[in-house]
Design a binder for this molecule. Structure first.
Ligand SMILES: C[S@@+](CC[C@H](N)C(=O)[O-])C[C@H]1O[C@@H](n2cnc3c(N)ncnc32)[C@H](O)[C@@H]1O
Length: 256
């Protein structure tokens, strides 16, 4: 990866600006540009910026935590990670894919909605993914649909891409239903989004999936996902679960 000194700075804000409102400044050619944390196209287009912002400045370590939890679960249960063919959704420039490769996963397919993710993954981590698709799971082309069906995934990961206006519930469900049962589903999610008392969005869906025996949570670990731009820690759960069945359309009606 190109090694350039990136000048990243943060505005003075209060913690009300956590989550989707966060932004930073990047200095390029003597000029400061404001970029929000969700402008992934801009972030991926500068080599090293994604890592410099989220991993160096904001101390994110989620791919390593989720990868470590999968490895721990597989070792504890005498399972072999080399049996896994994983669909990594919201793959970005490949940091989670790299962790999966490091723990011995057989094949990893990346999928992301923006084409800058695929191009930066090919630029930064060309040896990680067997395939990488730039696709919207809710509007797949016929060739992508055939490819995802034929891939016969037995595992799926979504890291740092659930909640905060990233992958919507219907897209998550579409991806989930491309994975066989039994299958692995490993992900991370902000602690509030999975609390029983929160009846919005993913919390409700995940809790319904558990209640309906569609998902069986095997490992759950609370940890510091990263710092917010104001320095406050953001806590997430890393979860390793077994997919037991597809998500029925009826369960998604609440999101329509
Ligand atoms: C914070 S990045 C995480 C990247 C990577 N998983 C990691 O851990 O470094 C979130 C990614 O989710 C992608 N994303 C957002 N909405 C999506 C959707 N509906 N389908 C697929 N990817 C999506 C974004 O383009 C972005 O690359």
């Amino acid at each position: 990866m190109e090694n350039q000194k990136l000048k990243i700075s943060f505005p003075k804000v209060d913690s009300a600006n956590q989550g989707s409102g966060e932004y930073f400044f990047i200095e390029k050619n003597g000029k400061k540009e404001k970029v929000t944390f969700h402008e992934y196209d801009k972030i991926y287009s500068i080599p090293g910026l994604y890592e410099g912002l989220f991993y160096d400045k904001l101390k994110c370590n989620s791919p390593a935590v989720v990868g470590g939890l999968i490895n721990k679960y597989y070792q504890k249960n005498n399972l072999d990670t080399s049996d896994l063919n994983i669909l990594d959704i919201g793959a970005g420039n490949g940091i989670m894919g790299e962790e999966l490769k490091n723990i011995g996963v057989n094949s990893i397919t990346g999928l992301d909605i923006i084409e800058e993710a695929e191009s930066s993954a090919m630029r930064d981590r060309p040896d990680v993914y067997t395939e990488y698709y730039t696709a919207d799971l809710l509007d797949l082309s016929d060739p992508h649909e055939v490819a995802l069906t034929n891939a016969k995934f037995n595992g799926m990961t979504i890291v740092a891409a659930l909640g905060f206006d990233d992958i919507p519930a219907q897209a998550f469900a579409a991806g989930y239903n491309y994975v066989s049962s039994p299958g692995l589903f490993a992900f991370n999610i902000k602690e509030d989004f999975i609390a029983k008392k929160d009846h919005t969005g993913f919390s409700k869906l995940i809790n319904d999936m558990v209640d309906e025996d569609i998902l069986d949570i095997k490992e759950k670990h609370r940890y510091q996902h990263r710092l917010c731009q104001d320095g406050t820690p953001l806590y997430y759960y890393a979860i390793v679960a077994e997919k037991k069945d597809d998500i029925p359309d009826k369960m998604l009606e609440q999101f329509a």
